[in-house]
Design a protein. Structure first.
Length: 200
């Protein structure tokens, strides 16, 4: 009887936790979200700068420079693992010639499906301090996940060279409740079988 009660308690707890589980695709320690590896790789369109006095966290930050800046990374993202995402980062601009807005987007491998995060333009970039930006969005349709997908932070076209700084980028995929439930049920049932064999 104790085995059944323990199994049901674990199953209930797992279901309660399912709404809060997520898959971290990028953060400070995964795929160089904080640029602390010493280089910008696997990011494109940005360079890593060592400056503990200016960085938001750690010793390095990402430096964007150009007439238009697009910071991007290709990463495998399965559409069966969920269509809801959360995206966050810290941004800052220099005192002069800083970008004035930005947008973020998610695209599949052949750019046949693109999801732009709302709001598209964020005119609150500051030269005085780092500003935190956080978004959540859902893709309306399944995307082509046969190859890697691209996440990007884009700065608008400018007639002159402009600059921006980025740090502590995170990108999280939130699992579909139905698929995650199957995982939880399997875990609980497996635990039940182990307990049953052990106490026979």
């Amino acid at each position: 009887m104790k085995t059944y009660l323990l199994t049901l308690s674990i199953l209930s707890g797992l279901f309660f936790a399912q709404g809060y589980a997520s898959m971290v695709l990028i953060n400070d320690s995964t795929r160089n979200g904080g640029f602390e590896s010493g280089t910008a790789s696997p990011w494109g369109g940005i360079s890593a700068i060592f400056d503990p006095a200016l960085t938001h966290a750690g010793d390095l930050y990402g430096h964007v420079e150009g007439f238009r800046g697009v910071v991007y990374q290709w990463i495998p993202v399965a559409n069966t693992d969920g269509r809801d995402f959360s995206y966050s980062f810290w941004a800052r601009v220099p005192d002069t010639n800083g970008f004035t807005s930005l947008s973020v987007s998610f695209s599949d491998s052949d750019f046949s499906h693109t999801a732009a995060v709302t709001p598209l333009n964020v005119p609150s970039l500051s030269s005085e301090e780092w500003t935190f930006f956080s978004y959540t969005f859902s893709t309306q349709n399944a995307w082509n996940d046969s190859g890697s997908s691209q996440i990007s932070i884009a700065f608008p076209n400018s007639p002159e060279t402009r600059f921006a700084y980025l740090d502590s980028i995170t990108f999280v995929q939130i699992p579909e409740p139905s698929s995650f439930s199957l995982i939880l049920i399997s875990m609980a049932f497996g635990y039940y079988l182990i307990r049953r064999v052990r106490f026979k």
